[in-house]
Design a protein around this ligand. Structure first.
Ligand SMILES: N[C@@H](CCC(=O)N[C@@H](CS)C(=O)NCC(=O)O)C(=O)O
Length: 249
């Protein structure tokens, strides 16, 4: 991969607290990429309105502006920043087996993990059934192989847990951008589909390990200046969905 120098122009990140734009902030902190963060602290809707004004065609967090171009899709943004400014960091060598792992998880985070979880949540919202009922419908490891079902949220978590029994990071032996991609899906699952990383020993240990990175801590301070709750959302703000029942309740 051809390395290039530090950006000549600062990256503008349109951010909403507790949302996927956190991934871009974390990556910039890991690589030391200077950025300007545009959001309204403590005002999720206000941040969204600002983003809709700036980029009405596809107002999603994250949106970035770099070199006069707007760009959406967190995975694509991370790929670009790693390729341009990483100088080999946060990505395994292309010829290594770790590169296959890294690339799979870079895509899996949105294309499968977030999409299966969002499907469970949207169907639960549309039908009024609890999101846990959706999970009995999905296919997961250990179920009859002729079950007529698609892989569901629990199957996603089984797969992630199994992977982490054999690998320390989603980039294989080293922390890479793939860990940043998967982290948002794992953290968001507690509210989105009531799957708690704490119930999966290897996921819980990995989550704790990556959250102790200094760049994660700097990103959290910048992205969530008022602190965050147990779901990674801005502390003290109304939740977009009903929370899971308390354990033991
Ligand atoms: N696949 C996109 C998803 C982006 C996305 O859905 N972002 C949410 C916040 S986490 C958003 O902006 N939602 C507003 C909407 O869907 O209208 C990515 O990874 O960047």
């Amino acid at each position: 991969m051809v390395a290039s120098d530090a950006p000549t122009e600062r990256i503008t990140i349109y951010h909403i607290e507790g949302r996927r734009s956190f991934r871009v902030i974390w990556l910039c902190e890991e690589l030391g990429i200077p950025y300007d963060l545009i959001f309204k602290a403590g005002d999720v809707l206000g941040s969204m309105v600002q983003l809709r004004k700036e980029y009405p065609l596809m107002p999603m967090a994250p949106t970035i502006r770099l070199g006069g171009e707007f760009m959406v899709e967190s995975g694509a943004i991370l790929d670009v920043l790693v390729a341009r400014y990483g100088r080999g960091r946060l990505i395994p060598p292309v010829q290594s087996n770790d590169y296959l792992k890294h690339t799979q998880w870079m895509h899996f985070a949105e294309a499968t993990a977030m999409s299966r979880m969002a499907t469970d949540r949207f169907v639960a919202l549309a039908t009024g059934v609890e999101v846990t009922a959706m999970q009995t419908v999905g296919y997961r490891l250990g179920e009859p192989i002729d079950k007529p079902a698609l892989v569901g949220s629990l199957g996603v978590f089984d797969y992630i847990e199994d992977y982490l029994t054999k690998n320390p990071y989603f980039g294989g032996t080293e922390f890479t951008a793939a860990d940043i991609m998967i982290h948002y899906a794992v953290r968001g699952a507690k509210l989105l589909v009531w799957i708690d990383a704490a119930d999966y020993p290897h996921i819980a240990e990995w989550k704790c390990r990556v959250e102790s990175r200094p760049a994660f801590e700097r990103a959290a301070e910048a992205a969530l200046p008022g602190g965050s709750d147990e779901f990674g959302l801005p502390a003290g703000m109304p939740l977009p969905f009903s929370p899971p029942p308390q354990k033991g309740a």
